[in-house]
Design a binder for this molecule. Structure first.
Ligand code: ADP
Ligand code: ZN
Ligand code: ZN
Length: 802
């Protein structure tokens, strides 16, 4: 038999399928989806078996076909569906097949190669050399290089006492725990007899008999109240034995989730539920847009539809933008479905992630709650896919291999014949436009559950405040409102729009702003080390005491960070107690959730934070939300800047008054007439949508046009320009006059890490020939990259064009 293998070399030249013979003795265990070790040139590498057949896939000489060395998995890591999906991804996004396959797996599965020396002839090796090798006769190349014998080793290789080899390992360590079991099971009656007066020991024995079909942890025995001394006595008398067993890491192991029950649905909820459920029951691959204001009960619909999916014996995926930011969401799923839930997100360790993923693959979990990459959860009978907050930009993977979770969801729904639900209070324009054209089925929840009013939203014109001589972060009105909440023991959320507000350094005398020497970007001040850093290349330098340009002392940091706002809050409000959430306070694992819990338990009256507090917060006592600076995102050079501003402000505003107490929202802005901000105050998505669509139509942007963005970069600017012109010429030949090719022009970030960057933007409605041109360019510039590091990146449906 022949296995078709995709090898683990992320290079265009070997981006094809290779044939390997399957030796008869391992025919049983080579299955589609397993990883294998294969010879490749003079090396040994890892690959994925993507197909098994009787014949070779090309007409080469059978005698030249090499054999698989060994199989690495007992069970396939990939399902046939995911293998097929990888082919589609590779074509659609112009990515290498191996990259598409690997992105579907937890990073722990990725191969790790290690060069080793192996003892071949121990008799003829001197002891001081042999001593260096482990029990298996292995010394890694890394270890050898750190010892004084390294110079001798090559000689022993030549004379045959040692061989060089490569082993393929896994970047994964298993977690073991001590377990206890009964040793001589055939003499059980006899033992029980002998223990008849030792009640404590007998209890242990009975407990173990009762649980004989599972691994019983030593820890569990102790928790059950059995004493260490009794256990040890039994071990010493060889009645019990200790052994190690691999245990799954459960990131939620010490948490108790209160069982939650279904709520009886409101009429609007019921309508949406019925439609989705009919598609579930009828195996229809419909895509729904569930458009519901914050607090309208979307999550409740997710929970109840998933329940029906499980009853049908099928599985469900729910995607959330970033779980670390929405612990309350995980809690609700755990509370409803308990151990059926696997949670996948970037806050877990590699091992934890692998274990959660394995629960899915082994059929032990049937609901996956996770961030972007969990769209690849290896379920075999998918009954429903939900993408919550579908407009979020985190669903697009921005670096190679690029993909959008929404596309993958729709592909999988067609494969499994199951529906997709896209949920949002502020759908992306692309999605809403498709719903308008009935490509997606539109479902609406126009009101909050129990008809709670949407919070009142006020705009505060900061230009007026300036005129009145108020230069602080807080308008008079917001200041009063905060004080009132503090007096009433209610809680306040203050939101600082981070983007464009990183704190750069400016000389007040000559206007000099320190720039990164490698990138065209100003350096950012970091208080912790009192230094200046570049966020794009990692460059850093100490904060200068004098302006490097004019030697003035008046060089200091501009722009506000959360730390400074915190200081201002304390100096303005006497009884303020602030919890601050930003990258600095939440970098440690679990910190985010801890801070939120503390806020929920009223340990502070003000929660101050950046984008990360915009989502998922649901606390009864929040009655005021203040947005300190609404405008920063409006000024970005991005055609989506209005859309993003509208979405973010709507989301932040939605944190207020979600329960019995009335909520109020104050937005401080310098652009109170801008429609993206005005329509937020009116809670009017449709009005915003219609205005924004006009701009998109005039500007020839999505959803009217599709975009492809090409970025060309190299340290030599003339090479970039030449390549850009070449790419432009090729593209022109392959698209019709109805499309637009813009550029080449410098990218908004025109230099990163000394690489000059130019971009070409293609706007089109339908261009059947375009993919061929892009494929050609991708191949051609791959070769240029290998030769000369001249790089061409192709982004299909780009979200960011920096
Ligand atoms: P969304 O996901 O749209 O923000 P949620 O599903 O979180 O809305 O609902 C908001 C709040 O209302 C939650 O506290 C939820 O438990 C509650 N809720 C949802 N549906 C109902 C219902 N039918 N009856 C009573 N309470 C509900
Ligand atoms: Zn830099
Ligand atoms: Zn200066």
């Amino acid at each position: 038999m022949i296995a078709n293998v995709v090898v683990d070399i992320p290079s265009k030249n070997v981006d094809k399928i290779f044939d390997y013979k399957i030796p008869p003795d391992i025919e049983e265990i080579v299955k589609v989806g397993v990883r294998v070790e294969v010879p490749f040139g003079s090396r040994k590498i890892q690959g994925f078996v993507i197909n098994i057949s009787e014949q070779l896939s090309s007409d080469i000489d059978m005698s030249k076909v090499k054999s698989i060395i060994r199989v690495k998995d007992f069970k396939p890591e990939l399902t046939p569906e995911l293998i097929k999906l990888s082919e589609w991804m590779a074509n659609f996004h112009l990515v290498k097949r191996i990259s598409a396959l690997e992105i579907m797996l937890p990073s722990a599965v990725k191969a790790k190669y290690q060069k080793i020396y192996q003892v071949n002839d121990p008799e003829n090796l001197p002891a001081h050399i042999l001593n260096r090798f482990n029990k298996e006769g292995i010394l890694t190349f890394d270890q050898a290089q750190q010892s004084e014998i390294v110079t001798d080793l090559e000689g022993y290789v030549k004379s045959g006492q040692l061989v060089k080899d490569t082993i393929v390992g896994q970047q994964l360590t298993k977690k073991y725990a001590t377990c206890i079991r009964i040793m001589p099971t055939d003499r059980l009656d006899e033992i029980i007899e002998s223990l008849h007066k030792k009640e404590k020991q007998l209890d242990i024995l009975n407990y173990l008999i009762e649980h004989r079909n599972e691994d019983v942890l030593l820890k569990t025995l102790k928790e059950e109240g059995f004493s260490n001394s009794s256990i040890n006595t039994l071990v010493k008398n060889q009645v019990l034995e200790k052994y190690n067993s691999v245990v799954a890491r459960d990131p939620y192991e010490n948490r108790i989730f209160e069982k939650e029950h279904n709520k009886s649905l409101t009429n609007d909820q019921q309508h949406a539920f019925t439609q989705i459920n009919e598609a579930v029951q009828g195996n229809e691959s419909t895509t729904f847009l569930l458009h519901g204001v914050t607090g309208s009960g979307k999550t409740e619909i997710y929970l109840q539809t998933i329940e029906n999916v499980l009853e049908k014996g099928e599985q469900a995926i729910i995607l959330v933008p970033e779980i670390a930011l929405t612990p309350q969401m995980v809690n609700r799923f755990k509370a409803r479905f308990g151990d059926e839930v696997a949670v996948l997100h970037s806050g877990l360790s590699k091992g934890e992630k692998y274990d959660e993923w394995q629960k899915i693959r082994d059929g032990k979990a049937s609901v996956s709650v996770g961030a972007r990459s969990s769209i690849f959860a290896p379920f075999e009978k998918l009954g429903l896919i939900i993408i919550d907050e579908e407009h979020e930009s985190t669903y697009k993977q921005e670096d190679y291999p690029r993909y959008h979770a929404r596309e993958i969801a729709i592909w999988r729904s067609e494969y499994h014949q199951c529906p997709v639900v896209l949920g949002s209070a502020t759908p992306s324009l692309e999605t809403f436009a498709r719903a308008e054209k009935n490509v997606y089925q539109y479902l609406e929840l126009p009101e909050r559950v129990n008809k709670q009013k949407m919070p009142e939203i006020e705009l505060i014109d900061m230009r007026e405040e300036l005129k009145e001589g108020n230069r602080s972060m807080f308008s008079e009105q917001l200041k009063q409102a905060i004080q009132e909440r503090i007096d009433k023991n209610e809680q306040v959320v203050l939101f600082l729009n981070r983007r464009g507000h990183s704190s750069f350094v400016l000389c007040r005398d000559c206007g000099h702003v320190p720039q990164c020497p490698n990138c065209d970007i100003s350096l950012t001040y970091h208080k912790t080390h009192d230094d200046l850093k570049c966020h794009y290349c990692g460059y850093s330098e100490p904060m200068p005491q004098l302006c490097p340009s004019c030697e003035s002392e008046h060089i200091r940091q501009m722009g506000v960070g959360t730390q400074q706002v915190e200081e201002q809050i304390y100096s303005t409000f006497e009884q303020a107690k602030v919890i601050r959430m930003d990258v600095d306070t939440t970098s440690r694992k679990g910190a985010h959730e801890k801070l939120l819990t503390a806020f929920g338990e009223q340990e502070a009256n003000i929660l101050l934070g950046t984008q990360m507090i915009a989502k998922g917060l649901d606390f009864e006592n929040i009655t005021l939300v203040g947005v300190l600076n609404a405008d920063t995102m409006l000024n970005l050079p991005d055609f989506r800047s209005s859309e993003k501003t509208f979405q973010l402000l709507t989301q932040v505003a939605g944190r207020a008054g979600r329960h019995k107490k009335k909520g109020e929202v104050m937005i401080q802005t310098y652009n109170p007439e801008h429609y993206a901000i005005l329509d937020v105050t009116k809670n009017d998505y449709l009005s915003f949508y219609q205005k924004e669509m006009k701009f998109r139509q005039i500007g020839k942007y999505p959803p009217y046009y599709y975009l492809v963005n090409l970025t060309i970069s190299h340290f030599d600017k003339t090479k970039v320009l030449k390549a850009a012109k070449h790419a432009h010429d090729i593209l022109i030949q392959h698209v019709s006059s109805k499309s637009f090719i813009l550029g080449p022009s410098p990218s908004p970030l025109s230099r990163i890490n000394n690489q000059h960057r130019f971009q070409i933007l293609i706007k089109f409605k339908s261009e059947p020939d375009l993919l061929t041109a892009l494929q050609y360019l991708d191949d051609y510039y791959h070769e240029q990259y290998v030769k000369d590091k001249l790089s061409l990146e192709i982004d299909i449906n780009p979200q960011m064009m920096m």
